[in-house]
Ligand binder design. Structure first.
Ligand SMILES: [Zn+2]
Length: 399
Protein backbone atom coordinates (compact mmCIF):
# COMPACT_ATOMS: atom_id res chain seq x y z
CA UNK A 1 0.00 0.00 0.00
CA UNK A 2 1.19 3.50 -0.82
CA UNK A 3 2.30 5.42 2.26
CA UNK A 4 0.03 8.48 2.24
CA UNK A 5 2.18 11.42 3.34
CA UNK A 6 -0.75 13.85 2.99
CA UNK A 7 -2.52 12.04 5.85
CA UNK A 8 0.10 13.13 8.37
CA UNK A 9 1.17 16.44 6.95
CA UNK A 10 -0.92 18.47 4.54
CA UNK A 11 1.93 20.93 4.12
CA UNK A 12 4.50 18.50 2.70
CA UNK A 13 4.54 19.10 -1.01
CA UNK A 14 7.93 17.65 -1.98
CA UNK A 15 9.04 14.09 -1.36
CA UNK A 16 11.38 11.33 -2.45
CA UNK A 17 9.94 7.94 -3.36
CA UNK A 18 10.53 4.75 -5.29
CA UNK A 19 8.56 3.41 -8.25
CA UNK A 20 6.67 0.30 -7.15
CA UNK A 21 4.68 -0.56 -10.25
CA UNK A 22 3.90 0.81 -13.70
CA UNK A 23 0.87 0.37 -15.92
CA UNK A 24 1.29 2.41 -19.12
CA UNK A 25 1.30 6.06 -18.08
CA UNK A 26 0.15 5.19 -14.54
CA UNK A 27 2.90 5.11 -11.90
CA UNK A 28 2.49 3.78 -8.34
CA UNK A 29 5.10 4.87 -5.74
CA UNK A 30 5.92 3.48 -2.29
CA UNK A 31 4.93 6.85 -0.80
CA UNK A 32 3.28 10.02 -2.05
CA UNK A 33 2.23 13.53 -1.08
CA UNK A 34 -0.26 13.68 -3.99
CA UNK A 35 -3.82 13.78 -2.63
CA UNK A 36 -5.81 11.44 -4.89
CA UNK A 37 -9.04 13.39 -4.46
CA UNK A 38 -12.02 12.40 -2.38
CA UNK A 39 -14.77 13.81 -0.19
CA UNK A 40 -15.69 16.21 -2.99
CA UNK A 41 -12.19 17.65 -3.31
CA UNK A 42 -10.43 17.22 -6.66
CA UNK A 43 -6.96 15.61 -6.80
CA UNK A 44 -3.54 17.26 -6.76
CA UNK A 45 -1.41 17.79 -9.84
CA UNK A 46 2.33 18.51 -10.03
CA UNK A 47 5.50 16.81 -11.23
CA UNK A 48 7.57 13.66 -10.78
CA UNK A 49 11.09 14.82 -11.68
CA UNK A 50 10.63 16.54 -15.07
CA UNK A 51 7.34 14.84 -15.94
CA UNK A 52 3.92 16.35 -15.34
CA UNK A 53 1.49 14.52 -13.07
CA UNK A 54 -1.88 15.32 -14.63
CA UNK A 55 -3.99 13.27 -12.22
CA UNK A 56 -3.76 11.15 -9.07
CA UNK A 57 -6.40 8.65 -7.94
CA UNK A 58 -6.94 5.45 -5.97
CA UNK A 59 -6.53 2.39 -8.21
CA UNK A 60 -8.41 -0.89 -7.74
CA UNK A 61 -5.85 -2.12 -5.18
CA UNK A 62 -6.25 1.03 -3.08
CA UNK A 63 -2.85 2.45 -4.08
CA UNK A 64 -2.44 6.02 -5.28
CA UNK A 65 -1.86 5.96 -9.06
CA UNK A 66 -0.17 8.97 -10.69
CA UNK A 67 -0.91 9.68 -14.35
CA UNK A 68 2.44 10.65 -15.87
CA UNK A 69 2.18 11.00 -19.68
CA UNK A 70 5.45 10.28 -21.52
CA UNK A 71 7.46 9.02 -18.52
CA UNK A 72 10.38 6.59 -18.93
CA UNK A 73 10.41 5.14 -15.39
CA UNK A 74 11.20 1.54 -14.49
CA UNK A 75 10.20 -0.27 -11.30
CA UNK A 76 12.72 0.54 -8.55
CA UNK A 77 13.65 4.01 -9.87
CA UNK A 78 14.05 6.84 -7.36
CA UNK A 79 11.79 9.80 -8.07
CA UNK A 80 11.46 13.33 -6.72
CA UNK A 81 7.84 14.34 -6.42
CA UNK A 82 6.51 17.87 -6.23
CA UNK A 83 2.86 18.78 -5.71
CA UNK A 84 1.59 22.06 -7.26
CA UNK A 85 1.51 23.87 -3.92
CA UNK A 86 -0.61 26.89 -4.92
CA UNK A 87 -3.31 24.58 -6.18
CA UNK A 88 -3.10 22.27 -3.16
CA UNK A 89 -3.21 25.12 -0.66
CA UNK A 90 -6.24 26.62 -2.40
CA UNK A 91 -7.98 23.22 -2.16
CA UNK A 92 -7.02 22.82 1.51
CA UNK A 93 -8.39 26.28 2.25
CA UNK A 94 -11.56 25.48 0.30
CA UNK A 95 -12.06 22.23 2.14
CA UNK A 96 -11.53 23.77 5.59
CA UNK A 97 -13.76 26.71 4.64
CA UNK A 98 -16.48 24.27 3.63
CA UNK A 99 -16.43 22.70 7.14
CA UNK A 100 -16.55 26.12 8.78
CA UNK A 101 -19.23 27.50 6.47
CA UNK A 102 -21.55 24.51 6.73
CA UNK A 103 -21.09 24.38 10.53
CA UNK A 104 -21.99 28.10 10.64
CA UNK A 105 -25.04 27.63 8.40
CA UNK A 106 -26.19 24.82 10.67
CA UNK A 107 -26.13 27.16 13.66
CA UNK A 108 -28.82 29.21 11.87
CA UNK A 109 -30.73 26.27 10.32
CA UNK A 110 -30.26 23.32 12.74
CA UNK A 111 -31.97 20.69 10.55
CA UNK A 112 -29.88 21.55 7.48
CA UNK A 113 -28.24 18.50 5.88
CA UNK A 114 -25.31 18.35 3.52
CA UNK A 115 -25.83 16.32 0.35
CA UNK A 116 -22.72 17.06 -1.71
CA UNK A 117 -19.46 19.00 -1.63
CA UNK A 118 -17.37 20.19 -4.54
CA UNK A 119 -13.94 21.76 -4.08
CA UNK A 120 -11.84 22.62 -7.14
CA UNK A 121 -9.62 25.58 -8.05
CA UNK A 122 -12.38 27.04 -10.25
CA UNK A 123 -15.44 26.37 -8.15
CA UNK A 124 -16.28 25.63 -4.51
CA UNK A 125 -19.74 24.80 -3.25
CA UNK A 126 -21.72 22.79 -0.81
CA UNK A 127 -25.15 21.39 -1.70
CA UNK A 128 -27.49 21.62 1.27
CA UNK A 129 -30.85 19.90 1.72
CA UNK A 130 -32.98 23.03 1.35
CA UNK A 131 -32.92 26.73 0.54
CA UNK A 132 -31.27 29.00 3.10
CA UNK A 133 -32.36 32.65 3.26
CA UNK A 134 -29.80 35.39 2.58
CA UNK A 135 -30.52 36.62 6.11
CA UNK A 136 -29.30 33.28 7.53
CA UNK A 137 -26.38 33.17 5.08
CA UNK A 138 -25.33 36.64 6.22
CA UNK A 139 -25.36 35.57 9.90
CA UNK A 140 -23.44 32.36 9.09
CA UNK A 141 -20.79 34.22 7.08
CA UNK A 142 -20.33 36.78 9.87
CA UNK A 143 -19.87 33.92 12.37
CA UNK A 144 -17.43 32.07 10.11
CA UNK A 145 -15.31 35.17 9.52
CA UNK A 146 -15.20 35.88 13.27
CA UNK A 147 -13.89 32.32 13.73
CA UNK A 148 -11.23 33.07 11.13
CA UNK A 149 -10.14 36.18 13.02
CA UNK A 150 -10.07 34.16 16.29
CA UNK A 151 -7.45 31.93 14.63
CA UNK A 152 -8.86 28.62 15.88
CA UNK A 153 -6.76 25.47 15.62
CA UNK A 154 -7.86 22.89 13.08
CA UNK A 155 -7.00 19.45 14.43
CA UNK A 156 -7.60 15.81 13.62
CA UNK A 157 -9.01 13.52 16.33
CA UNK A 158 -9.27 9.74 15.92
CA UNK A 159 -12.48 8.35 17.43
CA UNK A 160 -13.91 4.86 17.75
CA UNK A 161 -17.48 4.12 16.70
CA UNK A 162 -18.72 3.88 20.29
CA UNK A 163 -17.17 7.18 21.44
CA UNK A 164 -20.08 9.06 23.11
CA UNK A 165 -18.77 12.35 21.65
CA UNK A 166 -19.25 10.98 18.16
CA UNK A 167 -23.05 10.93 18.27
CA UNK A 168 -23.13 14.16 20.30
CA UNK A 169 -20.93 16.54 18.44
CA UNK A 170 -19.79 15.16 15.12
CA UNK A 171 -21.32 15.50 11.66
CA UNK A 172 -20.92 12.05 10.21
CA UNK A 173 -22.44 9.64 7.72
CA UNK A 174 -21.56 6.36 9.45
CA UNK A 175 -22.87 4.22 6.58
CA UNK A 176 -20.09 5.59 4.38
CA UNK A 177 -17.30 4.41 6.70
CA UNK A 178 -16.14 0.73 6.84
CA UNK A 179 -17.04 -0.96 10.18
CA UNK A 180 -13.47 -1.75 11.20
CA UNK A 181 -12.06 1.72 10.53
CA UNK A 182 -11.34 4.28 13.24
CA UNK A 183 -13.07 7.53 12.48
CA UNK A 184 -11.02 10.57 11.59
CA UNK A 185 -12.70 13.72 12.89
CA UNK A 186 -11.65 17.24 11.95
CA UNK A 187 -12.21 19.76 14.73
CA UNK A 188 -12.23 23.53 14.24
CA UNK A 189 -11.52 24.89 17.72
CA UNK A 190 -14.48 23.62 19.69
CA UNK A 191 -17.10 25.03 17.32
CA UNK A 192 -17.21 22.39 14.60
CA UNK A 193 -16.56 18.63 14.42
CA UNK A 194 -16.91 16.73 11.19
CA UNK A 195 -15.82 13.23 10.14
CA UNK A 196 -13.41 13.73 7.24
CA UNK A 197 -10.18 12.25 5.94
CA UNK A 198 -9.29 15.03 3.51
CA UNK A 199 -6.55 17.66 3.72
CA UNK A 200 -7.08 20.85 5.76
CA UNK A 201 -5.17 23.90 6.94
CA UNK A 202 -3.89 24.05 10.54
CA UNK A 203 -5.33 27.36 11.70
CA UNK A 204 -8.44 29.26 10.62
CA UNK A 205 -6.51 32.52 10.06
CA UNK A 206 -4.96 30.87 6.97
CA UNK A 207 -8.38 31.12 5.32
CA UNK A 208 -8.25 34.93 5.34
CA UNK A 209 -11.93 35.34 4.51
CA UNK A 210 -15.01 33.35 3.51
CA UNK A 211 -17.64 34.86 1.24
CA UNK A 212 -20.82 33.31 -0.19
CA UNK A 213 -21.27 34.78 -3.66
CA UNK A 214 -24.08 32.72 -5.15
CA UNK A 215 -26.77 30.16 -4.47
CA UNK A 216 -28.18 28.01 -7.23
CA UNK A 217 -30.97 25.45 -7.15
CA UNK A 218 -29.62 21.89 -7.31
CA UNK A 219 -33.00 20.37 -8.16
CA UNK A 220 -34.02 17.49 -5.92
CA UNK A 221 -30.67 17.66 -4.06
CA UNK A 222 -31.53 21.09 -2.63
CA UNK A 223 -29.51 24.28 -2.97
CA UNK A 224 -25.88 24.78 -3.99
CA UNK A 225 -24.21 27.43 -1.82
CA UNK A 226 -21.16 28.73 -3.72
CA UNK A 227 -18.38 30.33 -1.72
CA UNK A 228 -14.93 31.81 -2.11
CA UNK A 229 -12.03 31.81 0.30
CA UNK A 230 -8.88 33.90 0.82
CA UNK A 231 -7.96 36.72 -1.57
CA UNK A 232 -10.56 35.62 -4.13
CA UNK A 233 -13.24 36.01 -1.42
CA UNK A 234 -12.15 39.61 -0.76
CA UNK A 235 -12.04 40.42 -4.50
CA UNK A 236 -15.43 38.88 -5.09
CA UNK A 237 -16.97 40.69 -2.08
CA UNK A 238 -15.66 44.05 -3.31
CA UNK A 239 -16.89 43.49 -6.83
CA UNK A 240 -20.37 42.50 -5.67
CA UNK A 241 -20.53 45.42 -3.22
CA UNK A 242 -19.83 47.87 -6.06
CA UNK A 243 -22.43 46.14 -8.25
CA UNK A 244 -24.95 46.56 -5.42
CA UNK A 245 -24.12 50.29 -5.12
CA UNK A 246 -24.52 50.67 -8.88
CA UNK A 247 -27.87 48.87 -8.77
CA UNK A 248 -29.04 51.07 -5.89
CA UNK A 249 -28.12 54.20 -7.86
CA UNK A 250 -29.95 52.91 -10.94
CA UNK A 251 -33.03 52.19 -8.80
CA UNK A 252 -32.88 55.60 -7.06
CA UNK A 253 -32.62 53.79 -3.75
CA UNK A 254 -30.29 53.72 -0.77
CA UNK A 255 -28.09 50.60 -0.85
CA UNK A 256 -29.69 49.29 2.35
CA UNK A 257 -33.16 49.67 0.79
CA UNK A 258 -32.37 48.10 -2.59
CA UNK A 259 -34.10 44.78 -1.88
CA UNK A 260 -37.34 46.54 -0.92
CA UNK A 261 -37.05 48.91 -3.88
CA UNK A 262 -36.67 46.06 -6.37
CA UNK A 263 -39.56 44.13 -4.84
CA UNK A 264 -41.81 47.25 -5.08
CA UNK A 265 -40.76 47.73 -8.70
CA UNK A 266 -41.66 44.15 -9.51
CA UNK A 267 -45.10 44.62 -7.95
CA UNK A 268 -45.66 47.81 -9.94
CA UNK A 269 -44.62 46.10 -13.17
CA UNK A 270 -47.06 43.26 -12.50
CA UNK A 271 -49.89 45.73 -11.95
CA UNK A 272 -49.11 47.69 -15.13
CA UNK A 273 -48.82 44.47 -17.12
CA UNK A 274 -52.23 43.34 -15.93
CA UNK A 275 -53.81 46.67 -16.84
CA UNK A 276 -52.06 46.66 -20.23
CA UNK A 277 -53.42 43.17 -20.87
CA UNK A 278 -56.92 44.37 -20.05
CA UNK A 279 -56.76 47.39 -22.37
CA UNK A 280 -55.18 45.35 -25.21
CA UNK A 281 -57.97 42.81 -24.84
CA UNK A 282 -60.62 45.55 -24.99
CA UNK A 283 -58.95 47.19 -27.99
CA UNK A 284 -58.64 43.97 -29.97
CA UNK A 285 -62.23 42.95 -29.32
CA UNK A 286 -63.49 46.30 -30.64
CA UNK A 287 -61.67 46.12 -33.98
CA UNK A 288 -64.04 46.73 -36.90
CA UNK A 289 -63.53 44.18 -39.70
CA UNK A 290 -63.33 44.85 -43.42
CA UNK A 291 -65.17 42.67 -45.85
CA UNK A 292 -62.73 41.34 -48.41
CA UNK A 293 -64.49 39.32 -51.06
CA UNK A 294 -66.95 37.93 -48.49
CA UNK A 295 -64.38 37.24 -45.72
CA UNK A 296 -64.11 39.50 -42.66
CA UNK A 297 -60.52 40.66 -42.09
CA UNK A 298 -59.58 42.05 -38.67
CA UNK A 299 -56.30 43.92 -38.41
CA UNK A 300 -54.84 46.04 -35.64
CA UNK A 301 -51.65 47.29 -34.11
CA UNK A 302 -51.41 47.46 -30.31
CA UNK A 303 -48.63 48.99 -28.25
CA UNK A 304 -47.09 46.48 -25.84
CA UNK A 305 -49.75 43.77 -26.18
CA UNK A 306 -48.48 40.34 -25.25
CA UNK A 307 -48.77 37.47 -27.67
CA UNK A 308 -51.17 35.50 -25.48
CA UNK A 309 -53.74 38.30 -25.62
CA UNK A 310 -53.29 38.67 -29.39
CA UNK A 311 -53.55 34.89 -29.82
CA UNK A 312 -56.79 34.82 -27.78
CA UNK A 313 -58.36 37.54 -29.93
CA UNK A 314 -57.12 35.88 -33.14
CA UNK A 315 -58.65 32.55 -32.09
CA UNK A 316 -62.04 34.27 -31.68
CA UNK A 317 -61.81 35.76 -35.20
CA UNK A 318 -60.90 32.36 -36.61
CA UNK A 319 -63.85 30.66 -34.94
CA UNK A 320 -66.16 33.13 -36.71
CA UNK A 321 -64.60 32.27 -40.09
CA UNK A 322 -62.61 35.52 -40.35
CA UNK A 323 -58.95 36.33 -40.85
CA UNK A 324 -56.91 38.24 -38.21
CA UNK A 325 -53.60 40.11 -38.45
CA UNK A 326 -52.43 41.61 -35.15
CA UNK A 327 -49.11 43.33 -34.52
CA UNK A 328 -47.71 44.40 -31.19
CA UNK A 329 -44.89 46.95 -31.02
CA UNK A 330 -42.68 48.24 -28.26
CA UNK A 331 -39.10 47.15 -27.64
CA UNK A 332 -39.80 44.32 -30.07
CA UNK A 333 -42.35 43.75 -32.79
CA UNK A 334 -44.41 40.57 -32.79
CA UNK A 335 -47.17 39.40 -35.06
CA UNK A 336 -50.03 36.93 -34.72
CA UNK A 337 -52.21 35.71 -37.56
CA UNK A 338 -55.23 33.42 -37.70
CA UNK A 339 -57.49 32.28 -40.51
CA UNK A 340 -60.94 30.69 -40.60
CA UNK A 341 -60.81 30.76 -44.42
CA UNK A 342 -59.34 28.00 -46.56
CA UNK A 343 -58.07 30.66 -48.99
CA UNK A 344 -55.60 32.17 -46.51
CA UNK A 345 -52.74 29.99 -45.26
CA UNK A 346 -51.33 31.80 -42.20
CA UNK A 347 -48.04 29.94 -42.08
CA UNK A 348 -47.32 30.68 -45.75
CA UNK A 349 -48.40 34.32 -45.62
CA UNK A 350 -46.74 35.19 -42.33
CA UNK A 351 -43.37 33.48 -42.87
CA UNK A 352 -43.05 35.14 -46.27
CA UNK A 353 -43.92 38.61 -44.95
CA UNK A 354 -41.71 38.28 -41.84
CA UNK A 355 -38.85 37.17 -44.09
CA UNK A 356 -38.99 40.51 -45.96
CA UNK A 357 -38.36 42.31 -42.64
CA UNK A 358 -35.56 40.01 -41.51
CA UNK A 359 -37.83 38.28 -39.00
CA UNK A 360 -38.92 34.72 -38.33
CA UNK A 361 -42.03 32.83 -37.39
CA UNK A 362 -44.02 29.66 -37.82
CA UNK A 363 -47.27 27.88 -37.12
CA UNK A 364 -50.06 26.12 -38.93
CA UNK A 365 -52.33 27.08 -41.88
CA UNK A 366 -54.98 28.38 -39.45
CA UNK A 367 -52.66 30.05 -36.92
CA UNK A 368 -49.13 31.47 -37.04
CA UNK A 369 -46.92 33.87 -35.08
CA UNK A 370 -43.48 35.43 -35.18
CA UNK A 371 -41.54 38.66 -34.89
CA UNK A 372 -39.13 41.07 -36.55
CA UNK A 373 -36.02 42.73 -35.07
CA UNK A 374 -36.60 46.38 -36.11
CA UNK A 375 -38.90 48.06 -33.54
CA UNK A 376 -39.77 50.88 -35.98
CA UNK A 377 -41.22 48.62 -38.69
CA UNK A 378 -44.45 47.58 -36.92
CA UNK A 379 -46.72 49.63 -39.17
CA UNK A 380 -45.00 48.49 -42.37
CA UNK A 381 -45.26 44.91 -41.19
CA UNK A 382 -49.00 45.17 -40.57
CA UNK A 383 -49.52 46.77 -43.99
CA UNK A 384 -47.58 43.99 -45.68
CA UNK A 385 -49.63 41.38 -43.81
CA UNK A 386 -52.87 43.08 -44.89
CA UNK A 387 -51.72 43.19 -48.54
CA UNK A 388 -50.79 39.53 -48.51
CA UNK A 389 -54.11 38.56 -46.94
CA UNK A 390 -56.05 40.54 -49.53
CA UNK A 391 -54.01 38.90 -52.28
CA UNK A 392 -54.74 35.48 -50.86
CA UNK A 393 -58.46 36.27 -50.80
CA UNK A 394 -58.14 37.06 -54.54
CA UNK A 395 -58.56 40.79 -54.48
CA UNK A 396 -56.13 43.31 -55.93
CA UNK A 397 -57.21 46.21 -53.74
CA UNK A 398 -58.23 46.39 -50.09
CA UNK A 399 -60.83 49.09 -50.84
ZN1 LIG B 1 -12.67 17.87 5.40
Amino acid sequence: MTEELFRHDGYQFEFQAQVESIDGELVVLDRTAFYPGGGGQVCDTGTLDDYLVTEAFYDKKGDVAHRVPGHSYSVGDDVWGSVDWNRRFDLMMGHTAEHLLFGSLRREVPDLEISKIFISPESKYVIVSKDVSWKDIRKAVVFANAAIRDNLTVSRIMMSRDDPDLADKVRIKLDRIPEEEEISVVAIGDIDYSACSGVHVMETSELGMIFVDRKVSAGKDGMAIHFKVGDTAADSAMELAVTCLEAAEAADSKPEDIVKAVSNMKKEIEISRASLRESSRALLSSVEPRNVNGTFVYSAMVHGADRTVMAEAAEKVKSKGGVAAFVSYGETVSAVMSSGSTKTDCRMVLTEVLGKFGGRGGGKPDFAQGGIPDPDKGEDLLEAMEDAIVKSLSLSNIN
